[in-house]
Write a protein that binds this ligand. Structure first.
Ligand SMILES: [Zn+2]
Length: 447
């Protein structure tokens, strides 16, 4: 049993690694060159905020914290947070937010960790969030190995570093006594990756969640990128089932693996043609398995498939290509069987991320553009598949910004992160957040 799990995990990781070698990781967040409209009013707004002594103090605090928080990044990374099993890391993050003196901190029924810092004069609430979960299955070695300045460990960048940015911004706001008009929620979400299907953020924006008027996710590396569009995705777990039996004695029974292999072949051939032109669309058979031994006809064969597109229509079309391939392979294998019952197939939709676009001329995007320009960085607008997909699809202001530093091997076991000017990402996050939340005037009349 143990051997089977380990083998399966190795296969999964190998597939993930091959995906990375082929540049698949870039599918997570892709940047298209968009013409950016810059509204100079927001440059003025950001410029005015940065002259405030409290903001300057917060920037200094961030610079200092970023030199010290490597230990905490390593500690958080070494608490495994596989999909659906984020509790341990959530508890630690809860403690860290509590120690950073938020007004209140709680874990909601979905498992999200939420810290509130109260605002002064409005009922608006702005959220700054990173995700707690990683793509790595239970049992993955998450020990951090340092080679010089480079830290190697699965999940160290995506998105454990993002959690550190959220925490650092809260600490700096507190240390510099920055008061805002709007309430701020500092959040660690569950279920961002893979089959988590954004369940944390879906809960936050459901009736059960708190009121959130604008959402800033910290995910991805770059401090020039502002993701304001969500890539839609469909994900399936497809399982062929049959009676199974002895490879010699029961030969002639319909074979689920043979059907699955054909389904992959039919799907990939047609999907390759479909995705070669038109709006960018991707497909990936990420995992497969089943079977008991080399001399047994398996009783089941399963695979997990991910398809993404910037266009909802194209997503539906590639979905139809998959469905057709699955049914064609089923019919073919049933025709080939010489005795016994027919195979069946279960097609479970295990992921559905909506796509959408948030207006690039809206205040939140313009503030992010201005804050990026403040750091002498050329802003880039882009498309991603992150927690922001949910608010974006609901028409709520939302962007995803980078966690800074430099990284590589995201979603592979060779993932690494290095703190090269990491403070800039936290300073930029703070600036966008404070601009969106509004700097409150204190009793002395200064901001
Ligand atoms: Zn991520």
């Amino acid at each position: 049993m143990k051997l089977k799990t380990t083998t399966l995990m190795t296969i999964t990781l190998v597939i993930i690694c091959i995906g990375n070698l082929m540049g698949q990781e870039k599918l997570v967040n892709s940047i298209q060159k968009e013409n950016i409209t810059v509204n100079p009013n927001y440059d003025d707004e950001i410029g005015a905020i940065t002259t405030q002594p409290k903001i300057q103090q917060a920037f200094l605090v961030i610079k200092k914290l970023e030199q010290q928080n490597q230990k905490e990044l390593i500690m958080l990374t070494e608490i495994p947070a596989p999909p659906f099993k984020e509790e341990q890391r959530a508890l630690k993050f809860f403690e860290m937010l509590k120690a950073a003196s938020a007004d209140s901190v709680w874990i909601d029924t979905a498992g999200n960790v939420i810290a509130l810092r109260r605002g002064h004069s409005t009922n608006r609430t702005i959220a700054l969030a990173a995700h707690l979960d990683t793509v790595f299955p239970e049992g993955t070695d998450v020990t951090v190995k340092a080679h010089g300045d480079t830290l190697f460990a699965p999940g160290i960048g995506d998105d454990t570093r993002g959690l550190m940015v959220v925490l650092t911004v809260l600490r700096a706001i507190k240390a510099a006594s920055i008061e805002t008009d709007a309430n701020i929620l500092f959040i660690g979400t569950v279920g961002e990756e893979g089959l988590g299907d954004l369940r944390g953020v879906k809960h936050l924006f459901s009736k059960a969640g708190p009121r959130i008027d604008a959402w800033i996710a910290v995910d991805g590396r770059s401090i020039s990128r502002i993701l304001h569009k969500g890539i839609g995705s469909h994900r399936y777990r497809i399982t062929y089932r049959g009676p199974g039996g002895h490879s010699w004695a029961a030969f002639g029974l319909a074979n689920p693996h043979h059907a699955l292999g054909s389904a992959i072949q039919y799907f990939v051939k047609a999907a390759d043609v479909f995705t070669a032109k038109g709006k960018r669309t991707s497909y990936n058979v990420g995992r497969f398995g089943g079977g008991t031994s080399v001399n047994s006809i398996p009783f089941e064969s399963w695979m997990e498939v991910d398809m993404r597109s910037q266009s909802p229509d194209r997503l539906n079309e590639i979905d139809a290509i998959l469905q057709k391939a699955v049914q064609r392979a089923l019919a073919e294998q049933n025709r080939m069987r010489r005795h016994g019952p027919k195979l069946t197939v279960d097609v479970d939709k295990v992921g559905n991320r909506p796509s959408g676009e948030y207006d690039p001329e809206s205040p939140l995007v313009q503030r992010a553009i201005a804050a990026t320009r403040f750091f002498n960085t050329e802003p880039e607008l882009g498309t991603g598949s992150t927690d922001s997909n949910i608010p974006i699809s609901l028409g709520i202001p939302a962007i995803t910004i980078g966690r800074g530093g430099i990284d590589g091997g995201i979603h592979s076991i060779t993932e690494w992160w290095m703190n090269r000017d990491g403070h800039l990402a936290s300073q930029r996050a703070l600036l966008i957040l404070v601009a969106e939340a509004g700097l409150a005037i204190d009793s002395t009349g200064t901001k």
